[in-house]
Design a protein around this ligand. Structure first.
Ligand SMILES: O=P(O)(O)O[C@H]1O[C@H](CO)[C@@H](O)[C@H]1O
Ligand SMILES: O=c1cc[nH]c(=O)[nH]1
Length: 258
């Protein structure tokens, strides 16, 4: 498919001209990113895929929601790659699997257990679900600079919420040192690796370990303060990281040209 072809699901083409895409699951999270940007504009909304563009300190970014789960994340990531996006960073929510991780803390995944179906349709489970190392290093640096509480380590991406064994499964992975669960990070990392896209993820904790899942997610939707604070931090962190990367690129170019 030609790169400038209108993509069937995200309904965007190469005309957008952004190298960076920020990926919330929830289309409404885009409303909380737009106040950080200059000249923000929504450019498409089809199914769960809502896209807006804007500028952060002069850098063009697009924000595309991916919906819930690996299949729709996979469609969004593939179509974004086809229109020339090079770097995809998820801003998601997650449930903590370790004690001491609090609502609104940030998780920076260094890898993800591939406990979902989408990435398995691409390649054997032995293929690692890991972020781009440069992006991860930049996220850690910027989180330190911003003074945010974060936890970096392994997470798990899953496909189900309400099976009869959810709590046992969570306990199992918690005992293996897994920090948190979400549904899209592993397929994002795997598809990124296979398609030569740079990927990373930042997750906001919306359920504490063995917390009441439904109550906690209702509280997020209803505007729970700690959780919304975490969301604002993940947005700011990712934007600062994009700026930091662009500054570094510019400095390196200057050194090269001198
Ligand atoms: O808040 P988002 O980014 O959608 O992420 C999490 O929330 C959804 C489930 O409530 C899943 O998509 C999960 O990964
Ligand atoms: O356990 C959880 C909690 C929030 N979101 C998820 O994807 N999983």
């Amino acid at each position: 498919m030609e790169q400038n072809t209108m993509q069937p699901h995200i309904r965007c083409s190469k005309e957008v001209g952004a190298a960076y895409a920020i990926l919330p699951g929830d289309p409404q999270r885009i409303d909380r990113v737009l106040p950080f940007l200059d000249n923000p504009a929504e450019i498409s909304y089809n199914r769960e895929f809502r896209t807006a563009v804007g500028f952060f300190r002069g850098i063009k970014v697009m924000i595309t929601s991916t919906g819930i789960g690996g299949p729709s994340l996979g469609i969004a990531a593939e179509e974004l790659g086809k229109i020339g996006v090079e770097t995809l960073i998820r801003i998601g929510s997650c449930g903590a699997l370790q004690p001491g991780i609090k609502l609104g803390d940030l998780i920076i995944p260094a890898g993800a257990v591939r406990d979902e179906g989408t990435s398995a349709t691409y390649i054997d489970k032995g293929y690692p679900a890991i972020p781009d190392p440069v992006l991860m290093q930049a996220l850690l640096y910027c989180a330190e600079e911003l003074g945010y509480t974060y936890h970096c380590g392994r997470i798990r991406s899953h496909d189900s919420f309400y099976t009869d064994i959810e709590s046992e499964v969570d306990r199992f992975w918690g005992e293996k040192g897994i920090l948190a669960s979400d549904m899209e990070t592993a397929p994002l990392f795997v598809i990124g690796g296979l398609r030569n896209l740079k990927t990373a993820s930042v997750l906001n904790v919306v359920v504490e370990k063995e917390g009441e899942l439904e109550k906690a997610i209702n509280s997020y939707v209803d505007g729970g303060q700690a959780i919304l604070g975490g969301e604002e931090k993940e947005i700011r962190l990712v934007l600062e990281m994009i700026y930091y990367l662009e500054q570094r690129k510019r400095d390196n170019q200057q050194i090269y040209e001198e």
